[in-house]
Design a protein around this ligand. Structure first.
Ligand code: GRG
Length: 338
């Protein structure tokens, strides 16, 4: 069986970074990452290759490779082979987590196509995620000890975050628990893109640290905004069904704030949200109560705190077109909720 080239996803590389030369450099970098992804993930037996190429071909924003490429711009080796390889390692790791996450969530769709667990079955999806980690390990073995150690920590954080979510907050503060989970599940891999891009681009230690922290803050903002959209979006505008997290029994930040309210709304929500919501009427009622609660405004206030953290990291970087583009990216994630 032959495996045709992966088409660059329609969404990747189409972000206007505000500077024509920078747009061109990042687009070239993303094309090189795409080629490496396809070459690396085509290695191995045919019965594995079609499964691992499934989600790469389906698209995705390639946000993490873009972050790595932008971070590499702060050193003399911007967009070098090592940077491309590091960007591919981060995207492959992201992809592995998506395969595994979809099994845990019993998701039917991913990137607009059938999830691997739905198209094949859970065993296939888990093994596809595992072989992706083998590809990521092979690629990173050429990037030196510091990168391998960093990735061991990153894998550990991703799995810790997933396990923390699975076991739940127990007696701990549910908002602190939520914040730890999103830092570990979403923040660390975007932080990793910033760190590895800057490291392999040859940036200074100060800039590597700023780009790692910036990636983490952007990841946290991105996740809270997604969680706000899940509760409050107009389905005609967002194309998403509101309340998906509630149906799965996942109580995200706006819900957690609303549940703490000392009001009639808070009281009714505490009675309603004792587990996953299985019937449409209960979901409707919970969404109505959440709309009347302070959940949205409190979660947005948290978003702005993390945005301020992102801006603080941006201020540690030199004033140039790359820094302006990174500042815009952080702001862009928030504009989705106004
Ligand atoms: C396999 C290392 C490993 C870990 C297993 C399952 C798990 C532990 C962790 C789950 C981590 C996870 C799926 C976090 C959600 C991250 C997230 C925001 C996904 C969506 O990212 P986008 O919007 O997706 O960038 P695209 O499709 O555009 O790439």
């Amino acid at each position: 069986m032959t495996h045709g080239p992966t088409q660059p996803p329609r969404s990747a590389g189409y972000v206007d970074l505000g500077d024509a030369d920078l747009n061109a450099r990042i687009a070239d970098g993303l094309a090189a990452v795409e080629k490496l992804l396809h070459d690396e993930l085509s290695k191995g037996e045919d019965f594995l290759v079609d499964k691992v190429l499934h989600l790469i071909r389906a698209g995705g924003k390639r946000f993490r490779p873009m972050m790595a490429l932008l971070a590499s711009e702060y050193g003399p080796k911007a967009g070098s082979d090592e940077v491309i390889r590091a960007a591919a390692v981060v995207e492959i790791t992201h992809l592995a987590t998506l395969y595994h996450d979809d099994v845990m969530d019993e998701a039917e769709l991913r990137r607009g196509v059938e999830s691997a667990n739905s198209r094949w079955d859970n065993s296939v999806a888990i093994l596809a995620g595992d072989i992706l980690l083998a590809h990521a390990s092979r690629l990173m073995s050429g990037l030196g000890r510091e990168t391998v150690f960093h990735f061991a920590e990153t894998f550990g954080d991703l799995v810790t975050g997933q396990m923390r979510e699975t076991v739940g907050p127990g007696d701990s503060d549910p908002i602190e628990h939520y914040t730890k989970v999103i830092r570990e599940k979403t923040g660390v891999l975007i932080a990793s893109a910033g760190y590895l891009g800057a490291l392999h681009g040859g940036a200074s230690d100060e800039h590597i640290d700023a780009l790692k922290r910036l990636g983490e803050a952007i990841g946290i903002v991105f996740q809270i905004v997604d969680d706000i959209i899940d509760i409050y979006s107009d389905p005609d505008e967002s194309g998403k069904t509101p309340g998906t997290d509630l149906r799965e029994g996942v109580f995200t930040l706006p819900v957690l704030h609303a549940l703490q309210e000392d009001t009639e709304v808070g009281e009714e929500l505490r009675g309603l949200l004792t587990g996953p919501l299985t019937d449409d009427a209960s979901v409707e009622r919970a969404l109505e109560l959440l709309a009347r609660s302070t959940g949205r405004e409190k979660a947005l206030a948290d978003v702005h705190r993390y945005l301020a953290e992102a801006e603080e990291q941006v201020s540690r970087l030199p004033d140039n077109e790359v820094t302006r583009a990174l500042g815009q990216l952080a702001g862009y994630t928030v504009r989705r909720v106004g």
